[in-house]
Each structure stands twice: as structure tokens, then as C-alpha cells.
Design a protein around this ligand. Sequence first.
Ligand code: FMN
Length: 221
Amino acid sequence: MCSDVSEQKNVCLDQILADRRSYRMFTAAIPEEDHIRRILHAGLLAPYAAAAVGGSKDYFRRFFVMKRGSQSLNASIPLVMEQVNVMAQGLQKEMETNPALRKKAVMFVQRLEMFRKAGRVPGVGNAPYFIVVAERKGFPPVELQSLAHSLENMWLKATALELGFQLVSITSQMSGNAEFCKILGIPTGEWELMGCAIGFPADELSPSIRPPVEYVTRWLE
Ligand SMILES: Cc1cc2nc3c(=O)[nH]c(=O)nc-3n(C[C@H](O)[C@H](O)[C@H](O)COP(=O)(O)O)c2cc1C
């Protein structure tokens, strides 16, 4: 039987899970640094692949906070854009000779094209904060999975603080970019990266809509 406290915890958690949405437009207001710290702490509490990175003496998860208008963010914006161009060109070329990829990647290529036309990547420079999370590469290579856990914790905490959060997955493409890694102050290629934008949402989104659990679940004998 659930106690009242347990019931309350579940009501709050269910509400946060349902309210978590991708916000892609932000107001000019800057969230409090304390709120950003609390979000980073939530990211730090996320699980990590102990067997893959546990032996490393240096702590294996790092956060890099870039504020809109900062030197670091201004220097990163063109580097990320350049990476979009490189990816788009590489994909276009591969798709010419690979029809299966052409079919699969069509939406992604359109999205990259949208970024190229707009001259910017959503989340990098248009939100008060662009935050990069880094996870040291280990063996087996599961750092992207670890990062996903960390980012999800941060997302839920941002939701609880009534802040808007956008995943910026192009950030993972920057892990081998020497200039970008120099801005972060990490050696190139040793860390996997993921990023997000955080600010006050400029729009209001309804809670998530998903299919009923039974529709997507098979209870196997
Ligand atoms: C692996 C992964 C990468 C994503 N990358 C981006 C991204 O780069 N930019 C973005 O705006 N949303 C990104 N999203 C968010 C999804 O588009 C979003 O979660 C989905 O459309 C459902 O909407 P919701 O988050 O509002 O429930 C990503 C989500 C996942 C799981």
C-alpha cells in the first residue's frame, strides 16, 4: 500500500514527466545561476558506466556553461555551423550512391538544410544558456548512453524549475573538433559530448501525448 508521502512523490514525478517538453523558443530573460547549478547537479546524479570509466582518476563527467553573448559561445556558433555544412556535404555525397541511406536520411538532410538556410543551429546562441556535457570515453564505448541519462536528469530538473530545455544533439558531432575542444579546454577526441539549451520558454506547450502503454507493449510468457 502506498503511504501519503509516496503518493505525493509519485504525483509530482508523474507531473514532471508529463510536463517535460522540447522548448525551442526562449525569452530574453536569463535564468538564475543557482537554478543552472541545480540542473547540473541533477545531471551529475545520473547513472554512469562504472565498468567503462570507473578506473579513471580524473572525474569522467564535466559541464561547460556558455552564456548568450559570451566569448566562448560567440566563438562556438560558427564552428557548429561549419560542422553542419561538413555533415550536410558528406551525407549528400554518400546519398548519391546509397539509395537506402537516401531514403532513411531524407528528413535529417532537410533539417540540416534548414539550419544552413537560417545560418544558425537552434539552441546554439538563441537561448540564454548553451550547456555542453562531456563524458570521458571508456571501454566499452557507452559514453553517449551515459550522456543521455545525464541530459534526461537535467531536462526533468529544468522542467521542475519551470525552465525550457532543448536538446542540441549536433553537439555530439563536435567531439572531434579541435577548435571547439580548445574552447572547452579538453583534449580533442578523449571526451564524448552532448548539449542543451536552457532558458525561459517563450511559448506554452501542452503535456506530452503518447500512445497508450498497452498499444506499444507485449507481456511475454
Ligand atoms: C537522441 C535525441 C536527439 C534529439 N536532438 C534534438 C535536437 O538536436 N534539437 C531539438 O530541438 N530536439 C531534439 N530532440 C528532441 C526530440 O525532437 C523531442 O524529444 C521529440 O520531438 C518529442 O517531443 P517532446 O520532447 O516535446 O516530448 C532529440 C531527442 C532525442 C531523443
